[in-house]
Design a protein around this ligand. Structure first.
Ligand code: SF4
Length: 322
Protein backbone atom coordinates (compact mmCIF):
# COMPACT_ATOMS: atom_id res chain seq x y z
CA UNK A 1 0.00 0.00 0.00
CA UNK A 2 2.93 2.33 0.68
CA UNK A 3 3.43 5.10 -1.90
CA UNK A 4 0.08 4.62 -3.68
CA UNK A 5 -2.47 7.46 -3.52
CA UNK A 6 -5.19 6.28 -1.16
CA UNK A 7 -7.14 9.49 -0.72
CA UNK A 8 -7.48 12.23 -3.33
CA UNK A 9 -9.64 15.16 -2.22
CA UNK A 10 -10.49 17.84 -4.80
CA UNK A 11 -12.25 21.19 -4.27
CA UNK A 12 -14.21 19.87 -1.31
CA UNK A 13 -16.66 22.43 0.08
CA UNK A 14 -19.04 21.89 3.00
CA UNK A 15 -21.52 24.56 4.08
CA UNK A 16 -24.05 24.80 6.92
CA UNK A 17 -27.39 26.31 5.95
CA UNK A 18 -28.47 28.01 9.19
CA UNK A 19 -31.21 30.56 9.94
CA UNK A 20 -28.46 33.19 10.28
CA UNK A 21 -27.07 32.48 6.82
CA UNK A 22 -24.78 30.03 5.04
CA UNK A 23 -21.70 29.13 7.10
CA UNK A 24 -18.90 28.41 4.63
CA UNK A 25 -17.04 26.10 6.99
CA UNK A 26 -14.91 24.42 4.29
CA UNK A 27 -14.14 25.79 0.84
CA UNK A 28 -12.22 24.18 -2.02
CA UNK A 29 -10.06 21.88 0.09
CA UNK A 30 -7.73 19.75 -2.06
CA UNK A 31 -5.03 17.33 -0.93
CA UNK A 32 -3.68 13.82 -1.47
CA UNK A 33 -2.75 11.15 1.01
CA UNK A 34 -0.51 8.26 0.05
CA UNK A 35 -0.45 4.84 1.67
CA UNK A 36 1.56 4.85 4.91
CA UNK A 37 1.71 8.67 4.94
CA UNK A 38 0.44 10.97 7.66
CA UNK A 39 -1.10 14.39 7.16
CA UNK A 40 -1.37 16.89 9.99
CA UNK A 41 -4.12 19.49 9.84
CA UNK A 42 -3.71 22.56 12.03
CA UNK A 43 -5.42 25.89 12.58
CA UNK A 44 -7.39 27.85 15.15
CA UNK A 45 -10.75 26.63 16.49
CA UNK A 46 -13.49 27.03 13.92
CA UNK A 47 -11.14 26.98 10.90
CA UNK A 48 -12.86 23.91 9.41
CA UNK A 49 -10.57 21.09 10.59
CA UNK A 50 -13.34 18.97 12.09
CA UNK A 51 -15.76 19.79 9.26
CA UNK A 52 -13.15 18.43 6.86
CA UNK A 53 -12.85 15.21 8.91
CA UNK A 54 -16.62 14.76 9.14
CA UNK A 55 -16.93 15.37 5.40
CA UNK A 56 -14.38 12.61 4.66
CA UNK A 57 -16.38 10.21 6.83
CA UNK A 58 -19.64 11.46 5.29
CA UNK A 59 -20.90 12.31 8.75
CA UNK A 60 -21.81 15.99 8.25
CA UNK A 61 -25.17 16.48 9.93
CA UNK A 62 -27.97 18.77 8.67
CA UNK A 63 -28.12 21.73 8.24
CA UNK A 64 -24.64 21.00 6.85
CA UNK A 65 -23.87 19.27 3.58
CA UNK A 66 -21.12 18.79 1.03
CA UNK A 67 -21.89 21.30 -1.73
CA UNK A 68 -18.96 20.66 -4.07
CA UNK A 69 -15.94 18.50 -4.76
CA UNK A 70 -14.88 14.86 -4.72
CA UNK A 71 -13.35 12.45 -2.20
CA UNK A 72 -11.68 9.70 -4.20
CA UNK A 73 -10.86 6.83 -1.87
CA UNK A 74 -8.99 4.09 -3.65
CA UNK A 75 -10.51 5.23 -6.94
CA UNK A 76 -14.14 5.55 -5.72
CA UNK A 77 -15.80 8.94 -5.12
CA UNK A 78 -17.26 8.49 -1.63
CA UNK A 79 -18.68 12.06 -1.73
CA UNK A 80 -21.39 10.53 -3.96
CA UNK A 81 -22.24 7.72 -1.52
CA UNK A 82 -25.76 7.55 -0.09
CA UNK A 83 -26.04 7.36 3.71
CA UNK A 84 -26.59 3.60 3.45
CA UNK A 85 -23.48 3.10 1.30
CA UNK A 86 -21.40 5.26 3.63
CA UNK A 87 -22.51 3.17 6.61
CA UNK A 88 -21.94 -0.17 4.89
CA UNK A 89 -18.83 0.49 2.82
CA UNK A 90 -17.00 3.52 4.20
CA UNK A 91 -17.10 4.25 7.92
CA UNK A 92 -14.77 2.18 10.11
CA UNK A 93 -13.97 -0.21 7.25
CA UNK A 94 -12.21 2.29 4.97
CA UNK A 95 -11.91 5.40 7.14
CA UNK A 96 -12.19 5.39 10.92
CA UNK A 97 -11.94 8.24 13.38
CA UNK A 98 -10.94 8.92 16.95
CA UNK A 99 -13.27 11.76 17.86
CA UNK A 100 -12.46 14.80 19.95
CA UNK A 101 -13.08 13.97 23.64
CA UNK A 102 -13.41 10.34 22.60
CA UNK A 103 -12.70 8.97 26.05
CA UNK A 104 -16.11 10.27 27.17
CA UNK A 105 -18.04 8.43 24.46
CA UNK A 106 -17.73 4.96 26.00
CA UNK A 107 -21.03 3.60 27.33
CA UNK A 108 -20.71 3.11 31.11
CA UNK A 109 -23.00 0.06 31.24
CA UNK A 110 -21.05 -2.13 28.80
CA UNK A 111 -17.59 -3.61 29.23
CA UNK A 112 -14.68 -2.43 27.10
CA UNK A 113 -14.76 -5.77 25.27
CA UNK A 114 -18.45 -5.49 24.42
CA UNK A 115 -17.87 -2.05 22.91
CA UNK A 116 -14.82 -3.15 20.95
CA UNK A 117 -16.59 -6.22 19.53
CA UNK A 118 -19.59 -4.24 18.26
CA UNK A 119 -18.02 -2.84 15.02
CA UNK A 120 -16.34 -6.20 14.34
CA UNK A 121 -19.67 -7.99 14.50
CA UNK A 122 -21.66 -5.30 12.70
CA UNK A 123 -19.28 -4.90 9.75
CA UNK A 124 -17.60 -8.30 9.46
CA UNK A 125 -19.85 -10.69 11.37
CA UNK A 126 -16.91 -11.65 13.61
CA UNK A 127 -17.81 -12.62 17.17
CA UNK A 128 -16.85 -15.01 20.01
CA UNK A 129 -13.28 -16.28 20.40
CA UNK A 130 -12.07 -14.94 17.04
CA UNK A 131 -13.36 -11.44 17.83
CA UNK A 132 -11.84 -11.56 21.30
CA UNK A 133 -8.45 -12.52 19.90
CA UNK A 134 -8.51 -9.59 17.46
CA UNK A 135 -9.41 -7.18 20.30
CA UNK A 136 -6.62 -8.57 22.49
CA UNK A 137 -4.14 -8.06 19.66
CA UNK A 138 -5.08 -4.41 19.26
CA UNK A 139 -5.18 -3.75 23.03
CA UNK A 140 -1.68 -5.14 23.18
CA UNK A 141 -0.66 -2.96 20.23
CA UNK A 142 -1.67 0.21 22.10
CA UNK A 143 0.26 -0.98 25.15
CA UNK A 144 -2.71 -2.05 27.26
CA UNK A 145 -3.17 -5.18 29.36
CA UNK A 146 -5.68 -7.51 27.67
CA UNK A 147 -7.38 -7.77 31.08
CA UNK A 148 -8.98 -4.44 30.33
CA UNK A 149 -11.23 -6.21 27.83
CA UNK A 150 -13.41 -7.40 30.72
CA UNK A 151 -13.52 -4.11 32.64
CA UNK A 152 -16.04 -1.25 32.61
CA UNK A 153 -15.04 2.25 31.43
CA UNK A 154 -15.21 3.75 34.94
CA UNK A 155 -12.42 1.35 35.98
CA UNK A 156 -10.02 2.90 33.42
CA UNK A 157 -7.91 6.05 33.59
CA UNK A 158 -8.32 8.80 30.96
CA UNK A 159 -5.19 7.65 29.12
CA UNK A 160 -6.36 4.01 29.11
CA UNK A 161 -9.78 4.99 27.73
CA UNK A 162 -8.12 7.00 24.97
CA UNK A 163 -5.94 4.01 24.06
CA UNK A 164 -9.03 1.74 23.95
CA UNK A 165 -10.68 4.17 21.53
CA UNK A 166 -7.53 4.22 19.36
CA UNK A 167 -7.42 0.38 19.38
CA UNK A 168 -11.10 0.28 18.36
CA UNK A 169 -10.47 2.71 15.49
CA UNK A 170 -7.70 0.40 14.21
CA UNK A 171 -9.60 -2.90 14.62
CA UNK A 172 -11.16 -2.99 11.18
CA UNK A 173 -7.80 -2.27 9.52
CA UNK A 174 -9.06 0.85 7.71
CA UNK A 175 -7.01 2.50 4.96
CA UNK A 176 -7.19 5.88 6.72
CA UNK A 177 -7.47 6.70 10.43
CA UNK A 178 -8.43 10.24 11.44
CA UNK A 179 -7.30 11.38 14.88
CA UNK A 180 -9.19 14.52 15.91
CA UNK A 181 -7.33 16.09 18.86
CA UNK A 182 -6.35 12.61 20.12
CA UNK A 183 -4.64 13.85 23.26
CA UNK A 184 -6.82 16.78 24.36
CA UNK A 185 -7.75 16.64 28.07
CA UNK A 186 -4.79 14.38 28.87
CA UNK A 187 -1.81 15.52 30.92
CA UNK A 188 1.45 16.17 29.05
CA UNK A 189 3.16 12.95 30.15
CA UNK A 190 0.28 10.75 28.93
CA UNK A 191 0.01 12.92 25.82
CA UNK A 192 3.68 12.35 24.97
CA UNK A 193 3.35 8.58 25.50
CA UNK A 194 0.26 8.32 23.30
CA UNK A 195 1.85 10.40 20.54
CA UNK A 196 4.92 8.12 20.62
CA UNK A 197 2.64 5.08 20.39
CA UNK A 198 0.83 6.60 17.41
CA UNK A 199 4.14 7.19 15.65
CA UNK A 200 5.13 3.58 16.27
CA UNK A 201 1.73 2.27 15.11
CA UNK A 202 1.93 4.26 11.89
CA UNK A 203 5.16 2.43 11.02
CA UNK A 204 3.94 -0.98 12.21
CA UNK A 205 0.53 -0.93 10.53
CA UNK A 206 1.48 1.05 7.43
CA UNK A 207 -1.92 2.74 7.20
CA UNK A 208 -2.46 6.40 6.43
CA UNK A 209 -3.29 8.79 9.25
CA UNK A 210 -4.75 12.26 9.47
CA UNK A 211 -3.97 14.13 12.68
CA UNK A 212 -6.07 17.15 13.55
CA UNK A 213 -5.01 19.53 16.26
CA UNK A 214 -4.53 23.21 17.07
CA UNK A 215 -1.12 22.28 18.53
CA UNK A 216 1.40 22.58 15.71
CA UNK A 217 4.32 21.34 17.80
CA UNK A 218 2.60 17.93 18.14
CA UNK A 219 1.99 17.72 14.39
CA UNK A 220 5.60 18.45 13.54
CA UNK A 221 6.49 15.23 15.40
CA UNK A 222 4.03 12.85 13.78
CA UNK A 223 3.20 14.20 10.31
CA UNK A 224 4.88 13.72 6.95
CA UNK A 225 2.82 16.52 5.41
CA UNK A 226 1.04 19.51 6.90
CA UNK A 227 -2.12 21.39 5.89
CA UNK A 228 -2.61 24.73 7.61
CA UNK A 229 -6.23 25.89 7.66
CA UNK A 230 -7.67 29.34 8.13
CA UNK A 231 -11.36 30.30 7.95
CA UNK A 232 -12.36 27.22 5.91
CA UNK A 233 -9.40 27.35 3.51
CA UNK A 234 -6.22 25.30 3.30
CA UNK A 235 -3.71 28.17 3.11
CA UNK A 236 -0.46 26.16 3.11
CA UNK A 237 0.14 22.52 2.20
CA UNK A 238 3.35 20.55 1.90
CA UNK A 239 6.18 18.71 3.61
CA UNK A 240 5.84 19.09 7.40
CA UNK A 241 9.49 19.71 8.23
CA UNK A 242 9.80 22.20 5.35
CA UNK A 243 6.76 24.17 6.56
CA UNK A 244 7.90 24.02 10.17
CA UNK A 245 11.41 25.20 9.24
CA UNK A 246 10.42 27.83 6.72
CA UNK A 247 6.70 28.75 6.85
CA UNK A 248 5.64 30.77 3.82
CA UNK A 249 2.07 31.89 4.45
CA UNK A 250 1.82 34.88 6.84
CA UNK A 251 -0.73 32.97 8.96
CA UNK A 252 1.54 29.91 9.28
CA UNK A 253 4.46 32.20 10.17
CA UNK A 254 2.43 33.67 13.03
CA UNK A 255 1.18 30.26 14.19
CA UNK A 256 4.70 28.87 14.38
CA UNK A 257 6.09 32.00 16.03
CA UNK A 258 3.38 31.64 18.71
CA UNK A 259 4.70 28.23 19.86
CA UNK A 260 6.48 28.71 23.21
CA UNK A 261 10.05 27.35 23.21
CA UNK A 262 12.40 26.49 26.01
CA UNK A 263 14.80 29.37 26.78
CA UNK A 264 12.75 31.95 24.90
CA UNK A 265 11.79 35.32 26.34
CA UNK A 266 8.11 34.71 27.20
CA UNK A 267 7.39 38.49 27.12
CA UNK A 268 8.08 38.36 23.40
CA UNK A 269 5.74 35.50 22.60
CA UNK A 270 4.03 36.20 19.26
CA UNK A 271 0.27 36.30 18.90
CA UNK A 272 -2.15 36.89 16.04
CA UNK A 273 -4.14 40.06 16.62
CA UNK A 274 -7.92 39.96 16.14
CA UNK A 275 -10.18 36.92 15.90
CA UNK A 276 -11.11 34.44 13.15
CA UNK A 277 -13.92 35.81 10.94
CA UNK A 278 -17.61 34.92 10.95
CA UNK A 279 -17.96 32.35 8.20
CA UNK A 280 -21.49 33.48 7.32
CA UNK A 281 -19.87 36.62 5.95
CA UNK A 282 -16.13 36.02 5.47
CA UNK A 283 -13.88 38.98 4.54
CA UNK A 284 -13.63 39.80 0.83
CA UNK A 285 -10.53 38.74 -1.10
CA UNK A 286 -8.14 36.91 1.21
CA UNK A 287 -10.00 35.81 4.34
CA UNK A 288 -6.90 36.52 6.44
CA UNK A 289 -6.49 40.15 5.29
CA UNK A 290 -8.01 41.88 8.38
CA UNK A 291 -5.33 40.20 10.55
CA UNK A 292 -2.41 40.11 8.13
CA UNK A 293 0.47 42.54 8.60
CA UNK A 294 1.50 42.07 4.92
CA UNK A 295 -1.95 42.82 3.47
CA UNK A 296 -2.05 45.16 0.47
CA UNK A 297 -4.75 46.46 -1.84
CA UNK A 298 -5.17 43.29 -3.90
CA UNK A 299 -5.69 41.17 -0.75
CA UNK A 300 -9.01 42.90 -0.01
CA UNK A 301 -10.37 42.46 -3.52
CA UNK A 302 -9.15 39.19 -4.94
CA UNK A 303 -9.21 35.62 -3.63
CA UNK A 304 -5.58 34.43 -3.76
CA UNK A 305 -4.62 31.45 -5.94
CA UNK A 306 -2.41 28.63 -4.73
CA UNK A 307 1.23 29.06 -5.69
CA UNK A 308 3.88 26.37 -5.68
CA UNK A 309 6.75 27.78 -3.63
CA UNK A 310 9.63 25.28 -3.44
CA UNK A 311 7.19 22.35 -3.49
CA UNK A 312 4.83 23.86 -0.90
CA UNK A 313 1.39 25.16 -1.98
CA UNK A 314 0.71 28.62 -0.56
CA UNK A 315 -2.58 30.53 -0.98
CA UNK A 316 -1.27 34.08 -0.84
CA UNK A 317 -0.86 37.04 -3.25
CA UNK A 318 2.68 37.62 -1.99
CA UNK A 319 3.81 34.74 -4.21
CA UNK A 320 2.04 35.79 -7.41
CA UNK A 321 4.48 36.07 -10.33
CA UNK A 322 2.85 39.31 -11.45
FE1 SF4 B 1 -1.76 38.46 3.80
FE2 SF4 B 1 -2.53 39.21 1.38
FE3 SF4 B 1 -1.21 36.95 1.68
FE4 SF4 B 1 -3.70 37.15 2.53
S1 SF4 B 1 -3.01 37.28 0.40
S2 SF4 B 1 -2.03 36.25 3.62
S3 SF4 B 1 -3.75 39.23 3.26
S4 SF4 B 1 -0.46 39.00 2.08
Amino acid sequence: MNGRTILDVKDLSTHYFTSKGVVKALDDASFELKGGQSLGIAGESGCGKSTLAFSLLRMVQPPGRIVKGSIMLDGVDVAKFTEKEARKKLRWQKISMVFQGAMDIMTPVYTVGHQMMEPLYYHKGIKGKKGREICYRYLDMVDLDTDLFHRYPHELSGGQKQRVIIATALLMEPDVVIMDEPTTALDVVVEARIMNDLKRLKHELDNSMIFITHDLSILAEVSDNLAIMYAGWIVELGDASEIYKDPKHPYTQKLIAAIPRLHMDMDRLEYIPGAPPELTDPPSGCRFHPRCEHAFDRCMKEVPKEYDVDGVLVKCHLYAED
